[in-house]
Design a protein around this ligand. Structure first.
Ligand SMILES: Cc1cc2nc3c(=O)[nH]c(=O)nc-3n(C[C@H](O)[C@H](O)[C@H](O)COP(=O)(O)OP(=O)(O)OC[C@H]3O[C@@H](n4cnc5c(N)ncnc54)[C@H](O)[C@@H]3O)c2cc1C
Length: 463
């Protein structure tokens, strides 16, 4: 009886699987043929939705059925004068991906802000480094609200005929392929069931796909939280510089949104974050102005040594013109825009296994001090899109491990050094121990003086 049901299914991949006599397999194929997809993307956050739209628009994959499952309900982005407190800095590599998949047009039509320079300073040594040209000619990054990034990707995804999106679709259980089966079984909390040839886990740092894949995952908490808010300056100006100042409790960053607004990401201890959320708006503004520009207790030895090193660099003609800019005074905080988010580090030792791959925060999670987290995820999207296109073009199956391995090795080669560098910076700046403050101050001055080194750092962060 089951066999007769199987034969009714007019699906070549289903017939191919007839050779396996396995309970798992029977369970999958006794379902309706309509519940089988070539690719299922679990998680429709910024990364999952962008992946869906990019794969959906890949001409080589246009006969592949794709399903995107997102646990939360669909909340369309509505433009308002109010800016969201969740903003990301998108690097040039991400900008290219969004231009290629068509989603950038939507962002461009609505709003984004270009960052042309990045000023990073250390409150404990007054050393600093500048990225980007002083004439503000090159684009370092693009500031866009998270919800707008999501809406832009969703808008393009909805144009793809081979893509189905289900909202309010929380996955309860995954059964991944084994010796006897080469499909994944997916069960939603509402009881709906799907099968697929390739399962892509884009379900964030608590990824259930990763758990089902049983890959090793190295993770720790940073014991830090990011306090975010939308800030207004006391006057309008050419707001093209992102400022980041390292305090002993963590970096405070101002990311430009308009000529009078910036987005705040203030990384600090959980206790301090709780306090900053609880104080009045006036007190909060006073604290930010102090954190961004105010004096900090500095060691005289550190100051003398860094000043002497600067003199030496000038004598060697290495010191770059250093016209350090400071932001104008912050006047107010957008009411209700304050919130805090936890930080952590995590990395999956494998991004792939038979019939499944991890993408975005599901595979790697980093401290946002360098604004790289989702950019790494978008880099995964671009790479996976290329690899899957090549696999299908060459006649391989989507779940062919040889192709998936190309994805894993290319991305780990990029992600691991970036993650280690960001984690190293976090640890280096998370102390007020004078010898460390001195060493990092000297390092910052030397890096600032060495333009080729800065170019390498920028290039790593740009893709
Ligand atoms: C304060 C702060 C500032 C940041 N700034 C930057 C920045 O400037 N630049 C940058 O590159 N990165 C930044 N990041 C990092 C960035 O926010 C993350 O890397 C990014 O949100 C990860 O996106 P994702 O789609 O991989 O995961 P998520 O955003 O976690 O999305 C996962 C999705 O999966 C869904 N999901 C989960 N489980 C299930 C399930 N069982 N069934 C169905 N759906 C499920 C969730 O509902 C969610 O929509 C910042 C992070 C923080 C905290």
């Amino acid at each position: 009886m089951i066999i007769s049901k199987l034969i009714k299914i007019n699906n070549s991949s289903a017939l191919h699987r007839l050779k396996y006599k396995n309970l798992n397999f029977i369970r999958c194929f006794s379902d309706e043929a309509g519940s089988h997809f070539d690719i299922v993307i679990a998680g429709g956050g910024m990364v999952g939705t962008t992946l869906a739209c990019t794969l959906g628009k890949n001409k080589t994959l246009n006969n592949k059925k794709i399903l995107l499952l997102e646990a939360s309900v669909n909340k369309p982005w509505i433009k308002s004068d109010k800016y969201s407190n969740r903003v990301v800095s998108l690097n040039p590599g991400t900008h290219k991906l969004f231009e290629d998949n068509g989603a950038w047009a939507f962002i461009e039509q609505h709003r984004f802000h270009i960052v042309k320079r990045l000023e990073v300073s250390d409150a404990l040594s007054e050393t600093s480094i500048t990225f980007g040209k002083s004439e503000h000619t090159d684009t370092i990054s693009y500031m866009v609200e998270n919800d707008l990034v999501l809406e832009a990707a969703k808008n393009e995804a909805q144009k793809c005929n081979n893509l189905k999106i289900l909202y309010g679709a929380k996955v309860k259980n995954y059964v991944l392929p084994d010796y006897h089966s080469d499909v994944s079984n997916i069960e939603l909390e509402n009881g709906e069931k799907f099968t697929c040839d390739l399962l892509l886990g884009c379900d964030g740092y608590n990824s259930s796909v990763r758990k089902a894949m049983q890959v090793d995952y190295v993770s720790w908490n940073h014991n830090q939280m990011g306090v975010v808010a939308t800030l207004k300056f006391s006057n309008k100006f050419d707001n093209e510089i992102a400022f980041q100042r390292f305090l002993p409790t963590g970096p405070v960053a101002l990311l430009p949104l308009t000529d009078e607004l910036s987005s705040l990401v203030w990384s600090t201890t959980p206790q301090e974050a709780k306090r900053l959320l609880g104080i009045s708006e006036e007190e909060f503004v006073a604290e930010i102005n102090k954190a961004v520009c105010g004096p900090w207790k500095q060691s005289s030895t550190v100051l003398q040594a860094t000043s002497a090193f600067d003199t030496l660099l000038r004598a060697l003609n290495c010191s770059r013109d250093h016209s350090r800019k400071r932001p104008p005074k912050i006047e107010s905080v957008e009411p209700g825009s304050r919130a805090a988010f936890p930080y952590g580090f995590g990395h999956a030792s494998q991004y792939i296994r038979k019939g499944a791959a991890l993408v975005g925060d599901a595979a790697h999670r980093i401290h946002p001090l360098a604004g790289q987290g989702v950019n790494l995820g978008f880099g995964d999207v671009a790479c996976l899109n290329k690899v899957l296109g090549e696999a299908v073009y060459s006649g391989s199956t989507l779940s062919d491990l040889n192709h998936l391995k190309d994805y894993e090795s290319a991305r780990q080669k990029h992600n691991v050094p970036t993650m280690l560098a960001v984690e190293g910076l976090h640890r280096l700046y998370n102390t007020d121990f004078a010898p460390v403050v001195l060493l990092r101050g000297l390092g910052l001055q030397a890096t600032h003086a060495l333009e080729p080194l800065k170019k390498i750092i920028m290039a790593q962060g740009a893709v």
